[in-house]
Design a protein around this ligand. Structure first.
Ligand code: 26A
Length: 324
């Protein structure tokens, strides 16, 4: 087995994030519950964009956020995700490359749909309400799995959000098989309780058959094992994946491996914007894992990366971001 040349390869829905501060009144006028994620079509996206003043536009998508934060923490990271060769898509590819990521995906010429976008409305209480237009990103299929990139990465990390269409599900299995054939590890984040509810059986089979490292928050892991008890869900997950990493918001994280469960508390912080907290946690955890830290230290770095993200606007660290 050759030494990996990437610590981490992330695969997910490639989405341009448009962040805008809004009042509670503006949010109420749109009719979206605060803190929710709503899928929208192109016309709805244009309508919302006409009512807001964006503060930031950047490459987003859950797994891409993880990739960017891990790179900022010094890990060698790549990203695979599908964009169109339109202004947003070319900007996306350039943006992620500028963040130091290997970005082998080629923007699709003459695509029948534009690049995906997520309009993130942030209210004064720091809550983020997302409206996502998925465009071309969900067309990700087995042909988009760059096998060389997967084989060269110590860990391939896939996002549950992408696990919606059959071709993407085939891509997950192909990526996992390719990684394992090269002696690498495969990680999955469950992303959202809606995803879990939609594909529960398929996710359970994926986790039991192909996943070495599972990330989830409390609600997602309970949804996966159809229980209201965190402990029951955590124990079930521990039987299915070798390493299970669960986040519990202000209660910190729980790491399970070899039948042993460890709770790793987190410090409380003043929340500005929770966008990308889970993504950043996974980045901190995986960046530390690449340096062979103990599981407790990995979770502690995950907690600190998440805290750094939620104390400012957006899913990316501020320029002065450091964990030392
Ligand atoms: C399938 N959907 C809806 C999505 C997303 C998504 N990433 C992947 N798939 N909807 C929103 N996001 C991303 O979540 C990040 C915050 O965790 C946003 O792009 C945002 O960067």
């Amino acid at each position: 087995m050759t030494a990996p040349t990437l610590d981490l390869l992330c695969i997910g829905n490639a989405i341009v994030d448009i962040l805008a501060p809004v009042s509670h009144e503006t949010l109420a006028a749109l009719g979206s519950p605060a803190g929710s994620m709503t899928l929208i079509d192109a016309a709805q996206a244009a309508d919302i964009e006409a009512r807001i003043v964006p503060e930031e536009v950047m490459g987003g998508g859950s797994a891409a956020n993880t990739a960017v934060v891990a790179a900022r923490l010094g890990a060698r990271v790549g990203y695979l995700g599908k964009v169109a060769a339109d202004e947003a898509g070319l900007g996306y590819a350039a943006d992620l490359s500028a963040q130091g990521l290997a970005y082998p995906s080629v923007p699709v010429e003459n695509a029948d749909r534009p690049t995906a976008r997520c309009i993130i409305l942030v209210t004064p209480d720091g809550q983020r309400t997302m409206h996502t237009y998925l465009g071309i990103c969900t067309e990700f299929g087995p042909e988009d799995v760059d096998r060389d990139a997967v084989s060269s990465a110590a860990v391939t990390y896939m996002e549950g959000y992408l696990f919606d269409k059959e071709r993407a599900q085939e891509a997950f299995v192909l990526a996992a098989r390719t990684a394992h054939a090269a002696g690498r590890r495969v990680a999955l984040t469950l992303s959202d309780t809606f995803c879990v509810a939609r594909h529960r059986a398929a996710f359970r089979a994926l986790v039991a058959g192909h996943i070495d490292i599972l990330f989830a928050n409390e609600a997602e892991i309970c949804a996966l094992y159809e229980t209201e008890s965190f402990d029951v869900a955590a124990e079930a997950a521990g039987r299915d994946a070798a390493l299970v990493v669960l986040t519990r918001s202000e209660k910190g994280a729980v790491v399970i491996s070899e039948g042993k469960s460890r709770a790793v508390p987190t410090d409380s912080v003043a929340v500005v914007d929770t966008t990308g907290a889970g993504d950043a946690f996974a980045a901190g955890f995986l960046a530390a894992l690449a340096n062979a830290h103990t599981l407790e230290a990995c979770a502690a770095l995950g907690n600190r990366a998440a805290a750094a993200i939620i104390t400012h606007m957006g899913a990316r660290p501020s320029e002065t971001f450091t964990l030392r």
